[in-house]
Write a protein that binds this ligand. Structure first.
Ligand SMILES: [Zn+2]
Length: 97
């Protein structure tokens, strides 16, 4: 089964996960965030304000949309040629599409 490798841009922690429905939702709700191609684990998002002056979700207008874009790009890059569904956000929830 296809796996994707995710590394926190702050602490370097590596997670291996599956590009399947529910995974990005779970990661987002557990507190993970992303900016562009940079991923931040839940622990580093908790301490975000100490490093960056304000809470992540207050610094960025669309943290969920940013996370979805990051997820889709990561899956695209790591699962080239495989049919993996992309995600988008509709009314604040992830949908496959
Ligand atoms: Zn981290």
């Amino acid at each position: 089964m296809t796996k994707i490798r995710i590394q926190c841009s702050n602490c370097g922690k590596v997670e291996i996960t599956s590009p399947i429905p529910g995974v990005p939702d779970g990661m987002y709700f557990s507190g993970c965030r992303a900016v562009g191609d940079a991923f931040y684990c839940e622990d580093c998002v908790k301490t975000w304000a100490e490093r960056n002056g304000d809470e992540f979700d207050r610094q960025y207008k669309d943290p969920k949309g940013m996370f979805v874009k990051w997820w889709n790009r990561t899956v695209d890059t790591q699962c080239k040629g495989k049919k993996i569904k992309a995600y988008r956000v509709v009314n604040g929830v992830y949908v496959e599409g």
